[in-house]
Design a protein around this ligand. Sequence first.
Ligand code: GDP
Ligand code: GDP
Length: 436
Amino acid sequence: MSLGLVAIVGSPSVGKSTIFNRIIGEKKSIIEETRGVTRDRIYAHTSWLTKSFDIVDTGGIELADTTFQKQIRMQVEIAIEQADVILFVVDGQIGLNEDDYLVARMLYKSKKPVVLAVNKIDDSHLINNKFEFYSLGLGEPIAVSGAHGVGIGDVLDKIVDILSKNEEKDSQLSGLRFSIIGRPNVGKSSLCNAILNENRVIVSNIEGTTRDAIDTKFIRNDREYVVIDTAGLKKRGKIYEAIDKYAALRALRAIDQSDVCLLVIDGSEGIKEQDKHVVGYAVEAKKAIIVIVNKWDLVKKDNNTMNEFTKEIRKEFKFLDYAPVIYTSAINKLRIHDIFDMLEKVYESYTFQISTSVLNDIIQEAQMMNETPNFNGGRCRIYYAQQVSSKPLTIALFVNEPSWMHFSYMRYLENRIRDSFELIGSPINLVLRKRK
Ligand code: GDP
Ligand code: GDP
C-alpha cells in the first residue's frame, strides 16, 4: 500500500526530472538542456527502505501557450492539492531567484510538508551554496546532485519520515473507501453530489491528515464511507481536466487510494476509447470495480436496451467480466441507493476470507471435472491452495511446475472460485508457487 503521493515542483531546468528518474531508478523520461521539453513519464510507484509511495514530476504537466510563471503556478497548485509531501527543487548553481520565491510563497501558505532540495551541488566546494536557500523559510535545504545521485538518500529519508507519520494517522481511518472515476463529462461530480446529498451526515475531517482537503467522509446506516478525491469532482478541478496528464494523475491517485472504483460511463454516448484507459488503470491496480452507466434518462429504451448495453460492456472491457453494472441518472436520482447496496456486496467480496479446506475442496473438484492440460512440456499439478491476502483477494496455488500452467486454466479456476463463493465485483489474484 502506498503511503501517499510526493510531488516534485520547481522552476524549469532545475533538475526535477533528473531527480525523479534517480528516485524511481529508471531512466525513462527525456532530459534535455532546452526548456519546455516533453516528458514520457511523470508518475510512478516507487519505494525506499520498504516504504512504498507514489511520485509525480509536475514539470511534466504542461499547459500549452502560457508563460513560465503561469506554468509553475499551475504545477504548484496541483502539487498542493494532490500531494502529501512536496519536494521543492532549486538550482544551487544559479542561486536563488524570483521564481523560487514565487513557489516558496505558495508552498508556505499551503502548510503542506515541504522538503527543499538544492540541486546541482556536484562538488563539495559548492556545498556552501545551499545556505542562501534558508531564506525561503521552508526549513533546512538538503544539498543534492541529481546528476551524480548524491544526497538523494537524505531527501528520501526525510520524505519517508513525513509519510510514515501520515500512515499512523491513516491507520485510524476506517470505512469503505471508494472513488468515482471516468472521462470528463460523464457525470462523476453529479453522481458524487447525488450520493453526498442523500447522506447528509458528513463527518468532520480527521485532524492533521493531509488528505482532508480532497477526501470526504460520511456515514450511512452506521457504516463509514470515504469518497476519494471529492475535490477533483468539484468544478474547481475542472480547469485542468482537459490536460490529459493531470486527469490521468488524478485518476491514478484516486484509484490507488480506493477499495472500490465506480467507473462511470455516459450511457447516452456509449463506450469510448478513453473509458478503456481508465478501466485499464483500475484493473491493473487490482481494485474492486462497479460499472455505472449514467445519464440513463437520456437513452431511448425498450425492454432490451439494458441487456444490449451490458453485452457491449462485456465485449469492450474484456478483463472486467466480474464487475456488476448499474444504470443511473444522477439528475433524476435514479438507482443511487442501488450503488450503496452494490458497494456493500462488492466490498464484502473484496475483503472475503476463504476457509482453506473449502478452497481445497473446490480446487480438487475443479481438477476432477476438468484436468489441467499439457502445456510447455508438462502437466501442471496443483497440490494445495491457500488464501494469502485480501484486498485484493489473493490465493497461492502450490504446484509442481508453474511454467506448465496454462492461462486459460487459471481463468477456469478463478471462475470456479468466484461461483462457489458468489464473489462479485472483486478481482481474484491467483499466484503460482512451486512446491517439490
Ligand atoms: P527540469 O526541467 O527541472 O525537469 O530539469 P532536468 O532534469 O530536465 O534538468 C535540466 C538540466 O540540468 C539538464 O541538462 C540536466 O542534465 C541538468 N542537471 C540535472 N541535475 C543536475 C545536477 O545535479 N548537476 C548538474 N551539473 N546538472 C544537472
Ligand atoms: P464530470 O465531468 O464527469 O464530473 O461530469 P458532470 O457531473 O460535471 O456532468 C457533466 C454534464 O452532464 C453536466 O451538464 C451534468 O448536468 C450532466 N449530467 C450529469 N449526470 C447526468 C444524468 O444522469 N442525466 C443527464 N441528463 N445529464 C447528466
